[in-house]
Design a protein around this ligand. Structure first.
Ligand SMILES: [Zn+2]
Length: 251
């Protein structure tokens, strides 16, 4: 955003009130050794506050999904900030242990591979952490916020990688970019047909992938179409998962 334009909130678009520099990639994803240059965008008080409430939950779930031994920052967080937060915050502890139950593990080929404990994920709340980063990145790259009425649709996990629609989309996405280390990286594709349409691949700790796209609500555009690069409308329904029980060790 240039200085000649009024400052607007990167999340809701308001030009009123006081603005804070909001970190597009939450600082809490690092225990220590954060990169020197972190992306920030202006955020109004209510947006800053609203997203802030769920940030600790997002970090805790993300780190639990990634699991011990997968990434040095995750190992440090599990023994440091995350452990302290769980100790200090009974609400968070409750959120992370709700409906813990055994669940079947499956091999990548879909075969039964034993049982491990899963917890109930508040998907909507967790995805707000991803949505915040998508909206922040969009504003950072475009110099304007996504319309608040534009939906950010998020698909987590590894189920989408193999679909032909996703593979062709991947070819059109930008090269992976991060903030100086491998805690976070992102690729994106944006469409000239409608600038509110964009597709994102976010990868945290090199293991947790989220595919997101932004879609104006009530849009008459179809997802399918040669020009958009997403050639398979069915990708959306196949990516959607009915289960909100997740495997804390990731899969
Ligand atoms: Zn705002």
């Amino acid at each position: 955003m240039t200085t000649s334009q009024p400052t607007v909130c990167a999340y809701c678009g308001t030009d009123q009130g006081l603005f804070q520099a909001e970190h597009v990639i939450p600082r809490c994803l690092w225990e220590a050794d954060r990169p020197g240059h972190m992306l920030t965008v202006p955020a109004c008080g209510p947006c800053n506050h609203g997203y802030g409430r769920d940030e600790e939950y997002f970090r805790t779930v993300l780190v639990a999904l990634t699991g011990q031994g997968s990434h040095p920052q995750v190992n440090q967080l599990l023994g440091g900030k995350v452990r302290r937060a769980l100790k200090r915050n009974p609400r968070l502890r409750e959120d992370m242990t709700r409906n813990v139950r055994p669940m079947p593990r499956r091999s990548p080929g879909g075969l039964f591979a034993g049982v491990r404990l899963g917890f109930e994920l508040d998907v909507k709340r967790f995805y707000r952490g991803v949505e915040k980063t998508v909206r922040g990145l969009f504003a950072y790259k475009s110099g304007r916020p996504l319309a608040p009425s534009t939906a950010v649709r998020i698909y987590e996990g590894n189920g989408f990688w193999e679909t032909p629609g996703f593979q062709s989309l991947l070819e059109e996405m930008s090269e992976p970019a991060g903030v100086g280390d491998d805690v976070f990286s992102c690729r994106c594709a944006r469409y000239s047909v409608d600038p509110e349409w964009s597709a994102w691949l976010l990868i945290y700790y090199q293991t947790q992938g989220f595919f997101a796209w932004t879609e104006p609500l009530g849009s008459s555009h179809e997802i399918a179409g040669e020009d958009t690069g997403i050639r398979d409308r069915g990708i959306a329904s196949r990516l959607a998962t009915n289960s909100n029980i997740v495997d804390p060790e990731g899969s």
